[in-house]
Design a protein around this ligand. Structure first.
Ligand code: URA
Length: 189
């Protein structure tokens, strides 16, 4: 089965997740915000969870965080269409709360399957939730801007754009992370 078919099947199963939880215990939006982009990408980017705008439009990173993300990527010559973008969980947590460990666990298999299908060389981990759920490392303030390698994949954690929008002193930090990424990627891809 090719990548398009594998991803289509995965998304179909993943979208059903909220309806398969017994006892009405699902605490997230039921709208599935699927990952998007180039299935043959060398670079995959994993965020936290859809926000309110993503929940409306059904696409990842289309709100204010997405605009900052697009400009950070553009600053190092990466266009959104050439990479694959997804989130740790793909359902909006109401009021933008952080996803619980249980919610992250429920979605983990789908996230790992996306990584397997895309088979990227480099994964940009955007924010503490993505870092923790993929590498079990924390805090993000310690590991951001550090290139790591495991099982043949490079991982590059950075802050979540929302953290740079919310807290002004984070803006130069995320900008520097992306500048370094611009140099690093040319050496590893
Ligand atoms: N933040 C994320 O982590 N993912 C999105 O899709 C949007 C905002």
């Amino acid at each position: 089965m090719g990548k398009i078919e594998r991803m289509r099947k995965l998304n179909k199963n993943y979208a059903r997740l909220p309806f398969s939880i017994k006892g009405g215990k699902w605490g997230l939006s039921k709208k599935f915000v699927k990952g998007e982009g180039n299935l043959n990408a060398d670079i995959m980017l994993i965020g936290q969870a859809p926000g309110a705008n993503e929940d409306i439009y059904g696409r990842p990173f289309v709100g204010i965080s997405g605009r900052l993300l697009d400009s950070l990527l553009a600053s190092i010559g990466i266009s959104r269409s050439e990479i694959y973008i997804t989130s740790t969980i793909q359902f909006f947590p109401p009021k933008n709360r952080a996803p619980t460990n249980k919610e992250i666990e429920l979605c983990r298999e789908y996230l790992m399957s996306q990584i397997e299908i895309i088979s990227p060389k480099l994964i940009i981990l955007v924010g503490s939730i993505a870092l923790k759920s993929i590498t079990d490392m924390s805090p993000i303030m310690e590991y951001h801007g550090t290139l790591m390698q495991s099982d043949g994949i490079f991982y590059y954690p950075t802050l979540h754009p929302a953290a740079a929008i919310r807290i002004k002193r984070n803006m130069p930090i995320i900008q520097r992370d992306f500048e370094s990424l611009g140099v690093l990627k040319d050496n590893i891809l």
